[in-house]
Design a protein around this ligand. Sequence first.
Ligand code: TA6
Length: 315
Amino acid sequence: MIHTLTLNPAIDRILYLDKFERNITNRIQEVRDTLGGKGTHVSVNLKLLGQDNTAFGICHGSVGTRVMDMLREAGIQVEFDHYEGDDRQTRTNYLLVEKSTDCTIIAESGVRLSQKELDSLIARMDRVIRPGDYLLFSGDASNSPDPSIYNRIMHAFRDKDLRFFLDTSGKSLKECIQEGPYMIKPNLDELSTLTGSQVPEEDASIIEAINSLSCYQVPIIAVSLGGDGSIVKTPEGFYRVHPPRVDVCNTIGCGDCYLAGFVYGLSKGFPMEETLRIATAVSAATAESQLSVGYDPARANALRSQVTIEKLSQV
Ligand code: TA6
């Protein structure tokens, strides 16, 4: 079974604008609300691939209820702890999408979690998660009182022999990599944070940076390069993946969808090239969608054959 964890879920309020300019009044063309938070996105995208999964998390107030309702509507098994009664509300993130397809996220910091809330969630996870399951840690965890919360969970479930997948940034990425997750998916900035110096956007430098992380025992490192695809270290070697050309609408959420496709392929035991093809095609289909989560499955299938994969021999 595959499980996602979202400690700081959100509603994404997408504001479509002609152009976003500073120091003037920007007029919004259209507003749409959708599910936000990286783990919840992975759950929905996995379900679109036909993969049942569980979404774990903590949410608050009426916004939190909306998050759970949206997950249920998508057919996800919802294992969220929901708190009501004080004035805390799950966050709303503001996504500015311009005609040029430039996308900007303005994220609220979210509800500060208590130790008690985290303990209760971990107990719930312990009841549901079975040996050998996949567990994905996605998104911001800076609302946790414990900066090493993902590490704590990895420790707590060590004897369940889980596969851990990590898509986070900043301090929690730096700490969690030390626990040897099965896969991380850094972008160039996150890779630079891990290596301690700015990695230039060129293949040779990226590969060198990935190789410099070999002390951490992470079998799969997928460096996402947005519209330029990805460079992926796997147990079978390095791959350079080029995405298909698409009419981009909204690039927010493409990384979440890439991870969903990747985990799906791994869980089915598909060959690595097939896994990379699926991950890249669903991510490209997401870029064509107006929203930050979800895509047209028929379009994703059609795009699979347009993904180009090079196996790199010299690394
Ligand atoms: O990847 C897109 C997204 O999941 C959006 O839903 C947006 O709300 C944001 O990322 C949340 O990211 P964060 O790092 O704050 O958890």
